[in-house]
Design a binder for this molecule. Structure first.
Ligand code: ZN
Length: 555
C-alpha cells in the first residue's frame, strides 16, 4: 500500500528553498493588498502553477454532465482533509494577514510546511501533532496501546479516537464524525451514477456512495477493479495512512477525478504482451529468468482534472496504485494509474529546467516529455520482468532482501524499463521516437531524483544507477561546462550489465551482497554534489500546484 507514493517520492526531498522565479500562487478574492513577506513569497514560489485540464471532446454528453457532480463530491473530500490535517480551515486562513502566508497555508492544508518536514510557518502554532486530529492531543502512545488491547476498533482505519465524558478513549466511525459532508458526497456520487452509461462505472459509483455512509469500502473496491471499459473515473474516500504519522492507522480523505487516455492505455496493454518474450531475452543465465511474467497488467494512463485533499497537499502524487485492501488485492489484483498531465506539469516545471543546467547543450533536444512519459510507463511494466522467488526456491525475493528489496526492485524497474524500450524500439514497436530521446531523458531524470541527495532508498537506487553508468562510460562529464552527456553505444552495454547485476542479486536473494552494492554505489560524489548545488541557485521549482475546477475546464 505504500507504493503509491514510491514514484512521487522521487520528486520530493527534504527542505530546499528555491529562490525567485516561477509563478506565484493565484490570489483569492477580496484580499487586502497587505504586503507579502519575501520569505513567504519564496516558499510559495517553490511551487510552479499548472492548469489542470484535458481534452473533454472525447467524452459523451452524459459523461461531461457527470464531471461537475464528481468535482463537487471531490471538494467535500478537500474540506474533510482540512479537518483531519488541521481543524478549522476558514478560521486559520482568516487570521493570516500576509497573502503569501495564506496561500502557503492553502497549499499545505495547514500551517506546517510539508516540504520542510512539517516545520511551522505561522508564528505561534507550534509543531504539528504527529497524530494530526485523528487522536486526542494529550493522548500518549502507551495510553493508546493499553486501550487498544481491549478495543480493536481504536486501530480501525475508518475511526477517529476521542475521549468520552469519563475521559476514556473511544473510537467513533468516520461516517458519524463527518456525517453531513459524507452524505453530500454520497448524494453527488448517486446523481453521477444515474448519468453513467457504463454499467461498471454506475455500479462502482453507487457502491462508493454506500461506502461513504457505512465506512465499508470493500464492495466498492471490488467493483472498482471489475470496471474496465469506463473513460471517466474517480478515486474518492479515506485512502492513504501517511497523515497519521503517529501510528499510520487512520486514513485521510482525498479524491482524484480522472479521464482515461484510451490510446495510451491500449498501447500499454500491447506492450505488456511482449513481456514473456522480453523475459526470455534478458542478459542473465536461464535460472534467473525461469518464471513467466503475466501479460495482463492493469496499467492505464489518465489525465487528472481535479485533485482534492491528501493527494493535493504539498507535493503532488503523479502515479497511483490501488486499492490498498489486501483482501481485494488477493481477489482482483491492483490497478496502476499514471497521471499524464500531472507528469507533464512536473516535466515542464522541473525536469526541463534541470536539463538546461546539467545536460550537454547539444543533447538537450533529446529531453522530451514523450520519452519521459514512456520511460515512466516502461518502468511500471518492467516490474513484471525477472523473478519473484529466489533461484534456490528458499523464499520470495522480497522477503530474502528485507529492507534492501524496494530500492533494488525500483532500480530493477528503471533499468529494465530502458532495456524494454531498447528492445521494442529495435523491433520497430515504438514508432515516431528516437532511442537517443529515451536515453538522454533517462539521464536527466536521475538528476531530478537525486537533487535532494541520496538519503532515501529511492535516492540511493538512482545514485547507484548513475555511478554504475558513469563508471562504464555511458555518462560522461564535460569539465569546462559542468554538463553531462550520454555515450549511446556504451549505454547499451551499461543497461545490459546493470540489468544482469540486479537480476542476479534478486535471484540469489543475497541480502549482504545487495546491501553492499547499494551502500558502495549509492553515494553522491563531491563532483556531482557541486553540480546539483547549481540547481538550487538556478531557482528551479520543487513541486507544482494546480489551478483546477469547473471554470478551468469550461464546465
Ligand atoms: Zn516502480
Amino acid at each position: 500500500m505504500r507504493s503509491r507514493r514510491g514514484l512521487f517520492k522521487l520528486w520530493i526531498g527534504v527542505a530546499l528553498i528555491a529562490a525567485g522565479v516561477g509563478c506565484s500562487g493565484k490570489r483569492t478574492s477580496d484580499e487586502t493588498p497587505a504586503a507579502a513577506s519575501p520569505e513567504m513569497g519564496t516558499k510559495v514560489n517553490q511551487y510552479s502553477t499548472y492548469r489542470l485540464a484535458t481534452d473533454l471532446s472525447v467524452l459523451a454528453d452524459k459523461e461531461r454532465q457527470m464531471l461537475p457532480l464528481l468535482i463537487d463530491a471531490a471538494r467535500e473530500m478537500d474540506a474533510l482533509f482540512w479537518e483531519q490535517a488541521y481543524g478549522n480551515r476558514d478560521s486559520l486562513l482568516a487570521a493570516l494577514g500576509d497573502p503569501a502566508m495564506r496561500r502557503f497555508a492553502e497549499i499545505n492544508y495547514g500551517p506546517w510546511d510539508r516540504l520542510d518536514d512539517n516545520a511551522p510557518f505561522v508564528p505561534g502554532v507550534g509543531p504539528k501533532p504527529p497524530g494530526a486530529t485523528f487522536y486526542p492531543r494529550d493522548m500518549t502512545r502507551e495510553e493508546f496501546e493499553a486501550a487498544a488491547a481491549a478495543d480493536e476498533t481504536l486501530r480501525d482505519q475508518y475511526t477517529v479516537v476521542r475521549r468520552d465524558a469519563a475521559g476514556k478513549l473511544v473510537a467513533v466511525p468516520y461516517h458519524q464524525v463527518y456525517a453531513s459532508r459524507l452524505a453530500r458526497a454520497a448524494d453527488l456520487l448517486r446523481q453521477a451514477a444515474a448519468l453513467a452509461e457504463d454499467a461498471g462505472l454506475r455500479r462502482y459509483l453507487e457502491l462508493r456512495a454506500d461506502a461513504l455512509l457505512t465506512s465499508d469500502y470493500r464492495p466498492s473496491d471490488m467493483a472498482w477493479m471489475d470496471m474496465k471499459s469506463n473513460t471517466i473515473d474517480i478515486v474518492i474516500g479515506p485512502i492513504e495512512n501517511y497523515e497519521d504519522a503517529l501510528f499510520n492507522y487512520k486514513t485521510a480523505f482525498e479524491a482524484y477525478v480522472l479521464v482515461k487516455d484510451q490510446e495510451w492505455s491500449q498501447r500499454l496493454a500491447r506492450y505488456a504482451q511482449f513481456l514473456p518474450a522480453l523475459q526470455r531475452g534478458l542478459p542473465v543465465p536461464e535460472a534467473y529468468k525461469k518464471e513467466t511474467p503475466g501479460s495482463d497488467a492493469d496499467l492505464n494512463a489518465y489525465d487528472a482534472i481535479y485533485y482534492a485533499g491528501d493527494c493535493n497537499a504539498g507535493s503532488k502524487t503523479i502515479a497511483i496504485n490501488l486499492p490498498n485492501d489486501e483482501q481485494v488485492q488477493l481477489a482482483k489484483g491492483t490497478r496502476r494509474l499514471q497521471l499524464k498531465n500531472a507528469m507533464r506539469a512536473k516535466f515542464d516545471a522541473i525536469l526541463l529546467p534541470i536539463a538546461g543546467v546539467l545536460v550537454a547543450e547539444d543533447q538537450r533536444q533529446h529531453v522530451t516529455f514523450d520519452a519521459f512519459f514512456a520511460n515512466t510507463m516502461f518502468h511500471e511494466v518492467a516490474h513484471g520482468l525477472g523473478i519473484k522467488n529466489t533461484i534456490d526456491g528458499r523464499d520470495t525475493v522480497r522477503r530474502a532482501l528485507r529492507e534492501q528489496f524496494s530500492a533494488l526492485e525500483e532500480g530493477k524497474a528503471d533499468v529494465l524499463g530502458l532495456y524494454m524500450v531498447t528492445e521494442l524500439h529495435r523491433q520497430g514497436e515504438v514508432p515516431n521516437a528516437k532511442i537517443e530521446d529515451f536515453y538522454v531523458t533517462f539521464m536527466a531524470g536521475i538528476f531530478r531524483s537525486v537533487r535532494f541527495g541520496a538519503s532515501s532508498a529511492h535516492g540511493r537506487a538512482n545514485m547507484t544507477r548513475f555511478n554504475f553508468f558513469q563508471e562504464m562510460g555511458a555518462f560522461t562529464r564535460d569539465e569546462a561546462s559542468g554538463t553531462y552527456r550520454c555515450d549511446f553505444a556504451k549505454m547499451n552495454e551499461a543497461v545490459a550489465a546493470l540489468s544482469s547485476k540486479i537480476l542476479m542479486l534478486e535471484g540469489d536473494g543475497n541480502y549482504e551482497a545487495a546491501a553492499e552494492f547499494t551502500n558502495r554505489m549509492g553515494v553522491v560524489s563531491p563532483a556531482l554534489q557541486k553540480d546539483l548545488d547549481r540547481l538550487g541557485s538556478a531557482g528551479i521549482p520543487v513541486d507544482i500546484v494546480f489551478e483546477q475546477g469547473k471554470e478551468v475546464l469550461g464546465l
